[in-house]
Design a protein around this ligand. Structure first.
Ligand code: ZN
Length: 355
């Protein structure tokens, strides 16, 4: 089924061409060279995690292939660029999963149109979201089209799970991987947000893992400093508070909708403590809410009213590393159907040093 693309094209922030994509210089250079050369392939594959910019890049590529003003960078001004942006270009097709898969019927629905010449643009573009969800018959149908592709047709497949795509499809595509961005680039992307505390930005950068979409989404939600504080106080309470509270807290936290994020915050805290033990270097800490003094001890930051950690960390590196591992393991298990309450009890008991 052809989806009205306006839903995904509500991107009023697009004002520029490929410069909008930050930190993927190699990919952009290669795409620009392709466009300039005029030797356009019939199938491209953009892979990278959700939020890495695949959809944005696909639309920019579609615009560039049809822009009337520029040969390698979409102008955003011409009728073609604007139509693609608004989802009204007659040569743009966007296919998204129906339910849990991309079905052969969805390809059949557009197949005849794809064999017709482009109506307005130089190229017909067919963007397939979540291409890993192509059913086997749908993937075979796509391969059939690619065996004898219409001259002006360009497929752009997007996937966050490259490994789930049939190798026969991958091998037919020119493949570009969107890599995680380094911290400096993430800072640049988050620059437009006015954080009340710079630490909040650092926390987001750490949690987003180089994923610009995730970082922007987290920044728009806000409140990360408070969440971090809550996680920090939980750690203190589990490690030093009354033992009987552990089970109550395990039940309470197992019900949280944001458990995955909360576990990531806990991981940041233990990771920072481990780093402090090993190096005492403030600049390698993910956040600066916990700061070592000039003797390498964790010092309070009372002047800013932040979390106070006056005493030197009593836990050894073995313990801190063990908790980091336990947190990472639990994060991986959350997607499976595990008993959350039991899992949180075990985690908290480990944090307590009881197991
Ligand atoms: Zn244009």
């Amino acid at each position: 089924m052809i989806q009205p693309s306006s839903q995904v094209l509500v991107r009023s922030e697009i004002k520029v061409g490929f410069e909008e994509i930050i930190g993927q210089d190699l990919v952009l250079e290669s795409l620009k060279r392709t466009i300039k050369s005029g030797e356009i392939g019939h199938a491209y594959l953009f892979s990278g995690p959700a939020g890495s910019g695949k959809k944005t890049l696909a639309l920019l590529f579609a615009q560039a292939l049809n822009c009337r003003n520029d040969l390698k960078n979409p102008c955003q001004q011409c009728l073609s660029c604007r139509k693609i942006l608004s989802g009204n270009h007659p040569d743009l097709y966007i296919i998204k999963p129906q339910g849990a898969s991309l079905k052969i019927g969805q390809l059949r629905e557009v197949k005849d149109s794809l064999y017709l010449l482009a109506v307005e643009g130089r190229k017909k573009i067919c963007i397939i979201y979540d291409a890993e969800l192509l059913t086997l018959p749908a993937a075979n149908s796509l391969l059939k089209i690619l065996e004898e592709p219409p001259q002006d047709l360009v497929f752009i497949l997007l996937t966050a799970r490259l490994w789930d795509l049939p190798p026969t499809v991958v091998s037919r595509c020119t493949h570009f991987t969107l890599t995680p961005l380094p911290g400096e680039k993430m800072k640049q992307i988050l620059g437009k947000y006015d954080f009340s505390l710079p630490e909040e930005r650092e926390i987001i950068i750490a949690l987003a893992g180089g994923n610009p979409g995730k970082g922007l989404e987290m920044a728009s939600r806000g409140g990360w400093e408070n969440k971090y504080k809550e996680a920090f106080l939980l750690v203190k309470s589990i490690e030093d508070g009354p033992a009987e509270d552990i089970f109550l807290k395990a039940e309470e936290f197992s019900r949280r909708d944001d458990l995955q994020e909360f576990l990531e915050l806990l991981l940041l805290i233990y990771r920072d403590r481990l780093v402090l033990k090993l190096s005492s270097q403030e600049n390698v800490l993910i956040n600066s809410l916990i700061q070592p003094d000039n003797k390498g001890r964790v010092e309070s930051s009372a002047s800013t009213g932040k979390i106070l950690v006056k005493e030197e960390d009593q836990k050894n590196t073995f313990f801190l590393e063990k908790i980091c591992r336990a947190l990472m393991q639990l994060q991986g298990e959350l997607h499976h159907n595990i008993n959350l309450r039991l899992a949180m009890e075990v985690l908290f008991l480990k944090m307590r040093g009881a197991v």
